[in-house]
Design a protein around this ligand. Sequence first.
Ligand code: FAD
Length: 387
Amino acid sequence: MTQTGPVGSVFLETAEQRALRAAIAGLAGRHDRSADGLWAEELWAEAGQLGYLGVNLPEEFGGGGGGITELSIVLEELSAAGCPLLMLAVSPAICGTIISRFGTAEQKRRWLPGLADGTVRMAFGITEPDAGSNSHRITTTARRDGTGWVLTGRKVFVSGVDTADATLVVGRASGGTDGRLKPCLFIVEHDTPGFEYREVEIELSALERQFQLFLDDVRLPAEALVGNEVAGLPQLFAGLNPERVMMAAFAVGMGRRALNTAVEYSRTRQVWSVPIGAHQAIAHPLAQIHIELELAGLMMRKAAHLYDQQHDQAAAEAANIAKYAAAEAAVRAVDQAVQTLGGNGLTTEYGLAALLPLSRVTRIAPVSREMILNFVAHHTLGLPKSY
Ligand SMILES: Cc1cc2nc3c(=O)[nH]c(=O)nc-3n(C[C@H](O)[C@H](O)[C@H](O)COP(=O)(O)OP(=O)(O)OC[C@H]3O[C@@H](n4cnc5c(N)ncnc54)[C@H](O)[C@@H]3O)c2cc1C
């Protein structure tokens, strides 16, 4: 049976990239997801050992020497197979990339090998209760203390803190209060005094949980700062743009999974004289979703390619557009798949209902649909701002 596969991969991808896709699909198939929650940890560990979690990281630190193109292939295929490891968008994609590009030799030596083989995990905290989409308003502040720093603030919705060894926290150096964010990035190891976290209860059957962070006078050594304290936004977006590409991959994979389930079901389910897939009210929405997923996948590849070629500015726009398109396609794919299966769309057996809230996450995080439309309106179209 024909499956909705990755977008035109024969024409757009190298033989190695296609082999990577096939290997990830095989890996995902080896893990029994019905057993218990342990499969996710086992999958993470095996993917790490096989080098898939660090495909984007430098070879000299144990990575695969590829880019976000390769890492997004890993996440798309895991997601298409029903096991989306969201922390791939955080640990190697944001944190690994920022440390690779801006870390000191010592920070690279200390963190990258573990991030590459998955034995070390790093969460990422930028969202704050009173800042949300407006990162310029964050108040988590670092003040100098001798040679080191003291970090104080609150973060919310930070994914995977419980399974991570450290969090890369976005703060601002004290003194910079002109309202424009000059972010400083600090690696906060979770055993540091003053660092605490509490779970945020979310109605989501995801593998990762979300947390609020409490940073109360957390004393950090000088080497906790990644990059330059005045380098500002480009340093931060060197991590956020890969995250957007990865969320597009997460969404495209989820959309493919939902679509394939619906297509397969509607070929055989028959309650009148023909299978339900023959009714255009069922067939056309599925065809539209296939088109939307193909287009979103193409944009995702463009964004990954631009980022890997270090065209950071062009990659920013493409990554935003890809994340928007992929999230919209995934939300529609999951909704239509549920409708296509009727009552079975909500049974545990078919696994679609659990994707309803998860697909909505891709519309909200890491940057909301509305903020992407703002970005395109202001940066691409040059329209005036309302805020
Ligand atoms: C499952 C999940 C995992 C997450 N993981 C992480 C993580 O690991 N690390 C992390 O730091 N954060 C994480 N987040 C946070 C996520 O990035 C934020 O939820 C997101 O950026 C939106 O911020 P907010 O929730 O504060 O919404 P708000 O900023 O309060 O926005 C609420 C609504 O208003 C809209 N809005 C706001 N401003 C404007 C405007 N100017 N114009 C038009 N509309 C506007 C928004 O689009 C949104 O629809 C996660 C969130 C979720 C749900």
